[in-house]
Design a protein. Structure first.
Length: 172
């Protein structure tokens, strides 16, 4: 640690990468956490679109449009997550196989799923995604990555909103 006497600040001394002031070990941890998060977001995107495409029943139009909107939100997150990992000097997913190995959101390949079950399953998955994002936020806090933490806070809010809509829509 060194002292900035003019501003009375203690400045931590550690090795930085050429891209950022984040320590190399923190970059590794944050990029790894972002990679797992990105895999989950892609998995949830595909599941949301699967249910969007296979929706049926008397509320078809409303549910179909809701899931289309949710899919758009999820897909919009993917590039920002991947680019954030790269921006800080890490790497991220490279293939569909990589996503399959890392994701924690379960697939649903069932021939038929009731609309209520679709909404309930997506509600649970969005809640799980919030928990994953909170865990990544903690890794960012530990590594001093305010930029990624800030993005996560917005994504957490969006995901909580999706979960709320799914919960309220699926209520009987």
């Amino acid at each position: 640690m060194s002292q900035d006497s003019e501003h009375n600040l203690t400045i931590p001394q550690h090795t930085h990468t050429p891209r950022t002031d984040i320590a190399p070990e923190a970059i590794k941890d944050i990029a790894g956490a972002l990679t797992a998060l990105l895999a989950d977001v892609f998995a949830l995107y595909i599941k949301t679109k699967n249910f969007h495409w296979h929706m049926s029943g008397p509320h078809f139009r409303d549910y179909h449009l809701l899931l289309d909107e949710h899919g758009d939100q999820l897909f919009a997150m993917t590039d920002d997550i991947a680019e954030r990992a790269r921006k800080i000097g890490g790497t991220t997913i490279r293939s569909v196989g990589h996503i399959a190995r890392v994701k924690r959101i379960a697939d649903n390949d069932a021939e038929y799923v009731t609309p209520k079950d679709m909404l309930s399953e997506l509600w649970e998955d969005n809640k799980a995604l919030v928990l994953s994002m909170r865990a990544v936020h903690n890794v960012c806090d530990e590594g001093g990555d305010v930029g990624t933490a800030s993005l996560l806070e917005n994504w957490i809010d969006e995901t909580q909103r999706r979960a709320w809509f799914l919960f309220e829509t699926a209520r009987t």
